[in-house]
Design a protein around this ligand. Structure first.
Ligand code: MRU
Length: 351
């Protein structure tokens, strides 16, 4: 299927830049954008041209390599100093998604380990590290999707929030992977996609991806979640995540916690799909997760031809934390974790 072929992030053929699908232009046009210098990467991540925790991580991995090509250093020490600067700069673009800093840390660790090698060799190692981050994500998404399929049955109604599909990761995606894999195996799902205000990742991206794959989609406004669950149309809620704390508290796109509360009210299972790159055991609970706040203009006018609100102050957190007691299971590439999450996540991902 076409959606499995177009990586949302990839290294260019000449390996001097990174090519992304510009997600701000979807669903109207599929446009690729080339990122070559630091500011390109920062801008693309900050403005959600590349978005979704795993895709941001993959992009950051390639960025570390591409930007290392223009480092002018006489020895490994000098090179490492610059690599650290680049990593810090990239990490400052968006604070919540754990995958961004995880990818940067992986690249820095690889560079440090090889500090006494010739600089050309360190660059080569950075390239391999970035390619591995990408490959591992493809593998993780596939395994997560297999586990996800064991939780649902043919004909189920699924509610999604935000976008955790191929655009947000690689190939299958995380939260939507089960739906794509199921489609390949003859399952017919009925998916209710909420718009995900203010940036409309649900309507612009999830509806686009599912519809392209021939999966039955209904678009709903965010405030219709209770109505579809009450009507008995939903058998499970599927979401991705940006950072999962050791106790299972999960940061994901703003509005996720509301969907989880409603799901609990109606007895609908609420599933979080989570590659290990998104787990941050150094955060004990959701209180330790940094939440990004964004420009209120996104609420007032973005994606509308004219503003839809007067010039009032806006409160615009990009993420919220869903408390672990609202989450039925966290589906990872190593297995399905259930409460208590300290134990189940710790067993699979603790040192
Ligand atoms: O602000 P975004 O669009 O980057 O937020 C993305 C989400 O909240 C996704 O659900 C999450 O990153 C998981 S993507 C597999």
């Amino acid at each position: 299927m076409e959606y499995l072929k177009n990586d949302s992030v990839k290294l260019s053929d000449d390996e001097m830049s990174v090519i992304i699908i510009d997600q701000t232009i979807l669903p109207n046009d599929l446009v690729f954008k080339k990122l070559s210098v630091r500011e390109d990467f920062f801008e693309a991540i900050k403005n959600l041209r590349v978005r979704g925790a795993p895709a941001i991580g993959i992009c950051a991995g390639y960025a570390m390599y591409v930007l290392s090509l223009s480092i002018n250093a006489v020895n490994g020490e000098e090179f490492l100093k610059e690599i650290l600067n680049i990593g810090e700069y990239l990490c400052s673009s968006r604070p919540t998604a754990a995958d961004l800093s995880a990818a940067v840390k992986k690249c820095i660790a690889a560079a440090k380990e090889n500090i006494s090698s010739p600089i050309e060799k360190i660059r080569e190692i950075l390239k391999c590290t970035a390619i591995n981050i990408h490959k591992e994500n493809i593998e993780m998404c596939r395994k997560i999707s297999e586990y996800g399929l064991s939780l649902v049955k043919n004909g189920d109604g699924i509610l999604t929030h935000c976008n955790a599909g191929p655009l947000a990761a690689s190939r299958y995606g995380t939260g939507l992977g089960t739906l794509f894999l199921g489609k390949e195996r003859g399952y017919e799902f009925h998916v209710y996609v909420d718009e995900t205000r203010p940036l409309l990742q649900g309507s612009r991206l999830t509806a686009y991806e599912l519809d392209n794959a021939g999966i039955d989609v209904h678009l709903i406004c965010d405030n219709m979640a209770s109505s579809v669950m009450k009507a008995g149309l939903i058998n499970a809620v599927f979401v991705g995540c940006d950072r999962v704390a050791a106790n299972g508290d999960t940061a994901n796109k703003i509005g996720t916690s509301g969907a989880a509360i409603i799901a609990k009210h109606y007895g609908v299972p609420f599933y979080v799909f989570c590659p290990s790159t998104t787990i941050d055991l150094s955060c004990k609970s959701g209180k330790d997760i940094p939440i990004e706040f964004r420009d209120g203009e996104e609420i007032r006018s973005m994606f509308f031809s004219r503003p839809v609100a007067p010039e009032v102050k806006c409160y615009d957190p990009a993420f919220d934390v869903t408390e672990e007691n609202l989450i039925t299971a966290i589906i990872t590439e190593k297995g399905i974790c259930r409460r208590p999450y300290e134990k189940s996540l710790g067993e699979l991902f603790g040192k």
